[in-house]
Write a protein that binds this ligand. Structure first.
Ligand code: SF4
Ligand code: SF4
Length: 79
């Protein structure tokens, strides 16, 4: 069965460095990132809804979240 096209392969969170600040969750308008109240850490709940906007990555104060795009390599900007 063909799987629907998604923008990202996955979203990695480095839980060792995560500060539990909720910034990523608040930054994600697509509600991909939800909160784990037990561990007080973000969870990638709906990666299939991610549109690769990188708002979460850009917003994280300690750069511990990485969105991995579903293309072989990101195109480099030439300007
Ligand atoms: S890249 Fe954008 S849509 Fe995807 S999880 Fe981050 S904020 Fe949400
Ligand atoms: S923004 Fe970064 S440090 Fe804050 S909760 Fe999300 S992953 Fe953790």
């Amino acid at each position: 069965m063909a799987s629907p096209k998604t923008w990202v392969k996955g979203i990695k969170i480095d839980y060792d460095n995560c500060q539990g600040c909720k910034t990523c969750m608040k930054a994600c308008f697509a509600d991909v990132i939800r909160w784990d109240d037990t561990d007080d850490k973000p969870i990638v709940a709906y990666p299939e809804d991610c549109v690769w906007c990188l708002a979460c990555e850009a917003a994280c104060p300690v750069q511990c979240i990485e969105v991995i795009p579903n293309i072989p390599a990101p195109l480099r900007s030439s300007f």
